[in-house]
Design a protein around this ligand. Structure first.
Ligand code: GRF
Length: 215
């Protein structure tokens, strides 16, 4: 049985898209006096690049393949992690499959030190299109899940899950707007909790489930 705990020393962020979650992590990290060591983007058209740089965060654009694993991209990420002594990664809208060896690299004490935010109530709707699927299926509730990244896609141990009641008057765009705003708060709260407490795990998934009231 695994019995381990770990503090967060240095962390980095990997992002691809609009970057609202990455920005929320950066703002929380700065507020806490513990900003990320870097943000890595694999898309050069993200508005996050300018926003992160304006906040004084080191930003790297590393080109990657669009689909599948990209071992060359991963080697460049690992090199930057070594340079900046980064031992935790936050995936924030990062559109890339990570290879098993890359994930293993961040699994030193029995659990993964890579976090992800996924826009559905896992195990419902893994993969792409979480909001769209909840909307199309008229789900009475939707939400997001923050979990540790393991080799199974969107399968890792859950740190926080936020359930949001659906309003039947909403369009899909309304649902995404409401959902993403709360995602941003949730991810920042998880970062704050990790920076304060680190993560401890006695080998049971339940031990990782925090009861946090996210507004
Ligand atoms: C979020 O909905 C997140 O849950 C998913 O991708 C989206 C990224 O949005 N993984 P942003 O780039 O953080 O604004």
């Amino acid at each position: 049985m695994v019995d381990s705990s770990l503090e967060v020393k240095n962390y980095g962020i990997l992002a691809s898209g609009q970057g609202s979650n990455a920005l929320s992590l950066i703002v929380k990290g700065l507020e806490f006096g513990r900003p990320p060591q870097f943000v890595i983007l694999n898309r050069d058209n993200s508005p996050l690049i300018e926003k992160a740089e304006n906040l004084g965060i080191k930003t790297y654009f590393l080109e990657s393949t669009l689909k599948g694993e990209d071992l060359d991209f991963e080697a460049r990420v690992l090199n930057l992690c070594q340079v900046h002594q980064v031992d935790w990664l936050f995936l924030a809208g990062f559109l890339k499959i990570l290879s098993g060896p890359f994930i293993d690299h961040f699994n030193n004490v029995g659990f993964s030190q890579i976090l992800n935010i996924h826009p559905s109530l896992l195990p419902k709707y893994p993969g792409l299109g979480g909001y769209k699927k909840a909307y199309k299926n008229n789900d009475p509730e939707f939400g997001h899940t923050i979990h540790l990244v393991t080799k199974g896609i969107d399968e890792g141990p859950i740190l926080l899950q936020k359930v949001i009641p659906t309003n039947s008057n909403w369009s899909l765009e309304d649902m995404v707007a409401v959902g993403k705003k709360i995602e941003n708060n949730s991810y920042a709260l998880v970062l704050e909790t990790l920076l304060k407490n680190g993560l401890s795990w006695d080998g049971k998934q339940a031990q990782l489930t925090w009861v946090i009231d996210v507004k």
